[in-house]
Ligand binder design. Sequence first.
Ligand code: UGY
Ligand code: MN
Length: 252
Amino acid sequence: MHNLGHTRSSNRRDHLLLTPDTFIRTPLPSLTGGLAIVHVAPQVGAAFTQMTVEFEPKGTLTQGTTQRLIYVIEGELTLDEPGKAEPHTLVSGGYAYFPTDYPHTLTAVTKARVAVIDKPFLPLDPADQEALEVPYPWFLIGREPEIPATALNGDEDLHVRALLPDSITFDFACNTMTYAPGAALSQVEVHYMEHGLLMLEGGGIYRLGDSWYPTSAGDFIWMAPYCPQWFGAIGKKPAKYLIYKDFNRHTL
Ligand code: UGY
Ligand code: MN
C-alpha cells in the first residue's frame, strides 16, 4: 500500500514525538556493522544526543567524544573495558555508564538494539567538587531489573528505578518508570530539565505542551525545558519507559 503521508510523529517547538515509521538509519563514525537512529540531537535544541543503535552480529561501537550511557533493549553484546581480561556480557535491561574519555568497545554477539545517550559533561564548581568523596563520575555496569524500585510520591502503581547513583557529581539522571495499567503521573509537570524518553513496553496517552498523543512501545519523545508533560497508562499490560533528564546543576 502507498504511504498516504500520515504519521503520529510530530515536531513542535517544545517537543518531538517520533514513531518507528519515521525513523531514519544512518552510519556513524566509531560504529561498524550497525546503523544509528538519532532520535534527538543539539540540531533541534537539545543539550544531549540520544540514539538507538541497531547492530548486526559482530557489529561494534567504540567510545565517542563525551560521557555516555548505554541500555540494551534487545540482543546480547559484550563490553570490553581497559584493564579487564574478561569482557562483560550484556543482555536486555543491562546498562553501563562511561565517563568522558573512558575507552570501551561494545560488540554484538547476536542482532541487538541499544539505547545510547551522549552528553558533554558539566563539571561542578571546584569548591562543590572538593566536598565530594568521589569528585568525578565513575564507570558503572548494572542490570535494570536488579535495581530496587521506588514508588513515585508513594504511588505503588508507579515504580522508578534509577540507573545512576544518587551523587551530585553526575550531571544527568536516567531512570525507568513502570506504570501499572491505569496509573498516571499525579501532576502535569513543568520543569527546567529536558527529557529524552524511549517507550519500552505497553503504552498510554502522553500530554506534551497542549497536545495529547497516543504512544506505545518503540516511540521516542523529546521534551524541551518547561514542556508541560503528563502520562497515563492505558491497556492491560504495564507501560514502561526509559527517561533521561539533565540533573544536579544550576541553570547558569
Ligand atoms: O523525572 C521526571 O521528571 C519524570 N517524572 N517526568 C516524566 O515522567 N515525564
Ligand atoms: Mn519530567
